[in-house]
Design a protein. Structure first.
Length: 213
């Protein structure tokens, strides 16, 4: 009888286990700020039978919901992408060049809106079709397809490592319309981290070439 009770409880636990879509909802609802390290692997489609080109970058990621985040690429080239709530800034250190765009015009159907910008799941569903994807590599996955076909984004998959209270962001897979695949793997993720108030401010460095679009 005791063994039967244990098996019954285990079966019930499996039956109510959160899906990828539920994990995304938990993540958006409960994780208001976050910090993590990341490794990004970009694989370009092969051309004329050549081996696909692979580029690996590393850096840090922070966000504060809604609409503020910072990607800092450290290797192999220094680059920053900062969203301050009004403007999206892209700074290339080697070129000493800054590109500034209105955030409201570029963040709707982007991977950043999936994990950092959107205030709630309903707002996210206005821009994406969201469906559960099969569990893989010990993660729960959700697949997202942009409703607008005007951009370069084809599809996104987000993988969560499910904890006791929150869903931890683990992997972000991006496929663009040119067949290029980008996989960001997050580590040392801190949910609801205490962030510096100036984390999402950006001022173009002196003598930098600033391009406003």
């Amino acid at each position: 009888m005791k063994q039967f009770a244990i098996l019954f409880i285990a079966a019930c636990a499996l039956s109510v286990r959160a899906s990828g879509l539920e994990s995304l909802e938990i993540f958006v609802r409960t994780v208001k700020t976050g910090r993590a390290d990341f490794t990004q692997v970009v694989t370009s489609p092969p051309m004329q039978g050549q081996v696909p080109r692979v580029k690996t970058s590393t850096g840090t990621f922070e966000f504060a919901r809604p609409s503020r985040f910072r990607f800092v690429y450290k290797k192999p080239f220094e680059q920053s992408i900062v969203a301050d709530g009004q403007t999206l800034w892209l700074y290339d250190v080697d070129l000493n060049q800054v590109t500034a765009r209105k955030q409201s015009q570029v963040l709707g159907s982007t991977p950043a809106s999936l994990i950092a910008a959107t205030p709630d799941l309903r707002a996210l569903q206005a821009d994406f079709t969201l469906v559960d994807a099969p569990d893989k590599d010990g993660l729960q996955w959700v697949a997202a397809s942009p409703k607008s076909r005007d951009g370069q984004l084809q599809s996104v998959r987000v993988g969560f490592r499910v904890g006791v209270k929150v869903a931890d962001l683990a992997v972000l897979e991006i496929l663009d319309s040119f067949g290029q695949r980008s996989v960001l793997t997050f580590s040392a993720f801190q949910a609801n981290a205490s962030l510096d108030a100036n984390s999402f401010e950006f001022r173009p460095p002196p003598k930098a070439d600033v391009i406003r679009q």
